[in-house]
Design a protein around this ligand. Structure first.
Ligand SMILES: CNCC(=O)c1nnc(C(C)(C)C)o1
Length: 316
């Protein structure tokens, strides 16, 4: 990832209580008086990392990262109550207002692109630009491809590990079967399912296996939050109509916003079909398919185009 900016530390961290249950962790790095940008992490449930600061020129941008409900350092960890797409959309606005930001660039990949679209379509006014990677809109077809019959044909050996915790009689509905185990009162059942769910995604996120990501999937606390929150959102279909984020009435609210879409050709978690559907609905958006990349923002070709996109918007 030669394209990324150097490692930097946050100059401010804080917490924001957003409901009776949830308190969010946030951090700010880069230029204190710079152009605000908010980073929306994936999963949902994935949380942020120090690497996420490095897609932005720290001389130019005031870089805001926050961990969404139940994710990362936000508390309570892995909590599913009051945790929906629309709660998170409101949280993005809560963070913006709490930090006294008028307008900002919004950057999100995978689930982060889902949340970025839902946020911008709900609150277009504060959004100066959108940088979207590995487009995911939580349509049924997208979930079936990754969790039932699609990626399984490309990564058959990892798929066998993914289905291993699920009794054969329940494998015709993997989302439902995992929902049962990820909400089990039996810690052993829940954590085995969380590790298997997380390893499935981390084993398929790059063209070449990302061993760091796979090891992360084995960390119980991270895997528990990532798996439980992802499955919770997907089992409930994001509390959206199928295809809602791509509807004309929704896209028309954001077509004036400068937008860059970056998509890996061989992304098997969020296949290019959704990025292409977004481009066809939103022709003004700049659109890049990276020929030798999968899903991860860490893929060289994807990281390079993401940094070019944030530099493109540095003058806004
Ligand atoms: C649809 N879920 C994929 C997603 O949002 C995602 N993929 N990788 C991540 C992390 C980098 C946060 C682990 O999130």
């Amino acid at each position: 990832m030669a394209s990324l900016y150097a490692e930097i530390s946050a100059f401010e961290t804080g917490t924001l209580k957003v409901s009776d249950i949830h308190t969010l962790y946030y951090e700010i790095s880069g230029n204190e008086n710079g152009k605000p940008v908010v980073f929306l992490h994936g999963g949902p449930g994935g949380g942020t990392s120090e690497l996420d600061r490095r897609y932005f020129d720290p001389e130019v941008y005031k870089i805001i990262l926050f961990d969404q409900r139940g994710s990362g350092k936000s508390t309570p960890s892995a909590c599913l109550e009051h945790n929906t797409t629309w709660d998170l959309v409101e949280d993005v606005e809560r963070i913006r207002k709490h930090l006294g930001i008028h307008k900002w660039v919004v950057f999100g990949g995978s689930w982060g692109s889902t949340l970025a679209l839902a946020y911008a379509e709900t609150y277009p006014e504060p959004v100066k630009a959108l940088v979207l990677r590995g487009i995911f809109t939580l349509r049924k077809s997208e979930l079936v491809f990754f969790y039932q019959n699609g990626t399984s044909h490309i990564f058959p050996e990892a798929w066998d590990e993914f289905i291993a915790p699920i009794p054969e009689a329940e494998r015709d509905d993997m989302m439902k079967a995992y929902h049962s185990q990820l909400n089990s009162d039996d810690d052993a059942i829940r954590l085995r399912a969380a590790r298997a769910w997380s390893k499935w995604e981390m084993s398929t996120s790059r063209m070449n296996l990302d061993l760091e990501a796979v090891e992360r999937a084995a960390q119980d606390d991270w895997a528990n939050a990532f798996a439980r929150i992802e499955n919770h959102f997907f089992f409930n279909e994001g509390w959206m109509r199928d295809g809602q984020l791509l509807e004309k009435q929704a896209i028309d609210k954001i077509r004036h916003i400068p937008t860059v879409i970056v998509q890996g050709r061989y992304d098997v978690i969020c296949p290019a079909t959704t990025a292409w559907a977004l481009k066809k609905a939103f022709p003004e958006a700049e659109f890049h398919i990276v020929p030798n990349a999968g899903h991860s923002s860490k893929e060289d070709g994807i990281a390079k185009l993401l940094v070019e996109a944030t530099n493109k918007f540095r003058h806004l």
